[in-house]
Design a binder for this molecule. Structure first.
Ligand SMILES: Cc1cc2nc3c(=O)[nH]c(=O)nc-3n(C[C@H](O)[C@H](O)[C@H](O)COP(=O)(O)OP(=O)(O)OC[C@H]3O[C@@H](n4cnc5c(N)ncnc54)[C@H](O)[C@@H]3O)c2cc1C
Ligand code: FES
Length: 259
């Protein structure tokens, strides 16, 4: 069930020059609409802006008196700048939890791949699998590798790739996915979130090693509830799916990567 709530900002922390980590008090949102890691919230950003902005749930928990939802986001434009400027104690108009999330089992072991602003939702997967999963985190440079300390605490292993070589492997995350699967392909699945070219390459490597792969798509969104088609994603079978309603997570074999 989708719910819309006024959520109080209970903490806010700068992760780097552009990224912010925020914890929200979310009423009974987790109790009523949590399906698992990989869902998102749709936040009204500013009075003059018509559209909400989709932000992944980084972690969430049922709590008393109110459930807690943590998000991590990068300032990209007007909406996320407005969000970053909100003060602790203020309230946000939040719809959630939306979307399907990753299909994972708590006793499973997964290869979690997050690129840039695709890193936050992978944290929920790390927590859910309680230290068994491996994380591969990528970004343009060392400062873009957010939440690294949390992944190091909550994963069996963490590998890093940066485009400029300032931290970890010099290059893209798919090279590390290949390296890891060459050594160990006994993962239940590869789970990935990031820009489409990254997802396409990660899906290709997973397919080569015959490891199932789920991808969380970062399409632009309008309504967030399946009513406007802004978020349409082309599927291999010729159909178009709504990232907001049918996703954001899809089996990588369903997606038409050439569209
Ligand atoms: C399901 C989902 C989950 C997301 N989770 C997160 C998250 O956890 N953390 C986070 O930082 N961001 C996340 N995003 C991206 C975030 O929604 C956009 O960065 C935000 O909407 C930009 O709004 P703006 O008003 O600040 O910028 P705008 O002025 O609207 O755009 C500024 C720039 O950001 C680009 N942009 C806009 N939307 C997206 C998008 N969906 N993906 C990639 N680039 C975009 C634009 O092309 C433009 O270059 C998610 C997006 C989706 C669809
Ligand atoms: S954002 Fe409107 S249909 Fe998905």
């Amino acid at each position: 069930m989708k719910v819309e709530r006024k959520c109080k900002i209970v903490s806010k922390e700068r992760l780097n020059h552009d990224a912010v980590y925020m914890v929200l008090e979310a009423g009974d949102m987790v109790r009523t609409s949590c399906k698992g890691p990989g869902q998102f919230v749709h936040i009204k950003c500013g009075d003059s802006l018509l559209l909400r902005r989709p932000i992944s749930v980084c972690s969430c928990q049922e709590d008393e008196p109110e459930d807690l939802v943590a998000i991590a986001f990068e300032v990209r434009g007007e909406g996320t700048q407005w969000l970053a400027d909100r003060a602790v104690g203020g309230t946000l108009d939040v719809m959630g939890l939306l979307g399907n999330g990753f299909s994972i089992k708590p006793e499973g072991r997964y290869l979690l791949v997050g690129g840039g602003i695709g890193i936050p939702p992978m944290r929920g997967c790390a927590q859910y699998t309680e230290g068994r999963s491996t994380a591969i985190l990528g970004g343009r440079s060392a400062d873009k590798i957010i939440l690294r300390d949390l992944f190091e605490r909550e994963c069996a292993k963490v590998l890093i790739a940066t485009d400029d070589g300032s931290l970890g492997h010099h290059g893209f995350v798919d090279a590390l996915v290949r390296q890891e699967l060459e050594q160990d392909r006994a993962y239940d699945a590869v789970l990935a979130c990031g820009p489409k070219p990254m997802l396409r390459n990660v899906a290709k490597v997973a397919a080569e090693f015959s490891v199932p792969c789920q991808v969380s798509m970062e399409e632009r969104m309008g309504c967030g509830v399946g009513a406007c088609l802004v978020c349409a994603c082309d599927m291999k079978d010729g159909s178009r799916k709504h990232v907001c309603k049918d996703g954001p997570v899809f089996d990588s074999r369903e997606v038409d990567w050439d569209a």
